[in-house]
Write a protein that binds this ligand. Structure first.
Ligand SMILES: Nc1nc2c(ncn2[C@@H]2O[C@H](COP(=O)(O)OP(=O)(O)OP(=O)(O)O)[C@@H](O)[C@H]2O)c(=O)[nH]1
Length: 388
């Protein structure tokens, strides 16, 4: 478990060390990028740096590289558990130390100073405050500059007349380029993924995955701009409250998902299905006559009826739907069409449920109360988009 509720650490340190859980989207971006970077850094250490320092015969640097590897692995673990700041601080400290020690051992000019650019990139994609980013970058820049200045002539002996420094320089250039490429492609991929998920969240219902009310209405509005007749189906589950009351909300939720899946299976690719309200769905069908729309409604109702929801522990829940059907030629505008389809749905409910209503006939309820009004066609309301 992520220890975001730890009580032993003072609040100001806790908020520094432990990010809120679960991770907010803006932190997920650098979490995903950095966690990929940790993997690449680990592979780099094992495949490139360890053999390089081994071959160059510096046991001290070999030890430092092993410690660097350990810090990357530990930082990754911290990061994975949600300790973002601690993870990134550890990896920055490890990389800086590694760079300074390598400079000390091999001098400037063989590429270890290039690690500074990777460190800088990590600092700037992290979720630290701008002031912290500036402060840490300036500190590491100062340390690097001091180290390079302090090296003086020591580097020259080692570099002189040997191919090895050139090889080390090339290896370092390669490593830094790979790390840069990984970070940048990672960032791009994450941004794209986040954008896709935000777009999906804005248009889809979180529970059932079908379009939400806004999106299905938008699709209907677009159809209303065209000159073809389109149909609207208002679908409502019968006696759904009983499922919730008898088996609980969770079972109700899963039954809703099952039902939306049945509806989806009965529709074509170009048909639009959305969750209009709690247990009410709207379907819009382009280029559709009333008769054909009734056929679709019958198919959907049969699919729901014939595919009961198989809940856990052998429980099977039969469901049925009532449907109101209307086509755009029967109303003056979109809101009128919605009202019409809704009134027909209401009529389907009042006349017994598990049925489809596509006509307007005065209906009297079984107890003779509340006769439904004759539909004044075409129906029109305020704030409407009129049919073309
Ligand atoms: N589990 C679950 N239930 C929901 C959700 N949205 C709405 N409901 C429930 O759907 C039920 C709708 O109840 P009613 O409006 O009385 O309709 P009904 O029981 O289906 O009866 P009729 O529509 O008249 O056949 C209520 O119990 C709501 O709590 C949801 O997202 N999940």
């Amino acid at each position: 478990m992520v220890a975001c509720n730890s009580r032993k650490i003072p609040d100001k340190w806790r908020s520094f060390m432990f990010p809120a859980c679960p991770l907010p989207p803006e932190q997920q971006r650098y979490f995903h990028t950095l966690s990929r970077l940790y993997v690449i850094a680990t592979v780099t250490y094992v495949l490139a740096l360890l053999p390089m320092f081994w071959l160059l015969g510096n046991v001290h640097l070999l030890a430092i590289t092993l410690i660097g590897l350990g810090s990357v692995l530990m930082a990754r673990e911290l990061h994975r558990r949600g300790y973002m700041t601690a993870g990134v601080s550890l990896v920055l400290a490890g990389m800086t130390w590694h760079m300074l020690e390598s400079l000390d051992a091999y001098g400037a000019g063989v590429g270890f100073e290039l690690y500074f650019s990777v460190i800088l990139l990590i600092i700037y994609i992290s979720a630290m405050s701008p002031v912290a980013k500036l402060g840490i970058s300036l500190s590491i820049l100062t340390l690097t500059a001091l180290q390079v200045i302090e090296l003086g002539d020591r580097t020259n002996d080692w570099h002189h007349g040997s191919l090895v420094p050139d090889l080390v320089l090339m290896a370092n250039l390669l490593l830094v380029s790979v790390l840069f490429a990984v970070i940048l492609t990672g960032l791009e991929g994450v941004t794209e993924r986040l954008e896709r998920s935000y777009r999906r969240e804005a248009t889809h219902d979180a529970l059932t995955g079908v379009y939400n009310r806004r999106a299905v209405l938008k699709a209907a509005e677009q159809m209303a701009q065209g000159d073809r007749t389109f149909a609207m189906l208002m679908i409502d589950i019968d006696y759904f409250k009983r499922i919730n009351d008898e088996y609980g909300h969770d079972v109700g939720d899963r039954a809703l998902c099952h039902l939306s899946e049945c509806l989806r299976l009965g529709l074509r690719e170009e048909d639009v299905l959305g969750r209009y309200g709690g247990e009410e769905f709207m379907v819009v069908l382009n280029s559709m006559t009333l008769n054909d729309a009734v056929g679709v409604a019958e198919r959907l109702a049969a699919l729901v009826r014939e595919n009961p929801y198989a809940a856990a522990n052998g429980l099977t829940l039969s469901m049925s739907v009532s449907v109101g059907v209307a086509v755009s030629s029967q109303a003056e505008d979109l809101n009128g069409l919605i009202v019409l389809a809704d009134q027909r749905l209401y009529r389907a409910k009042r006349t017994g449920r598990d049925r489809i209503v596509a006509k307007d006939r005065p209906v009297v309820s079984p107890n003779k109360e509340d006769p439904l009004p004759e539909n004044p066609l075409p129906v029109r309301m305020q704030g409407v988009s009129r049919f073309g």
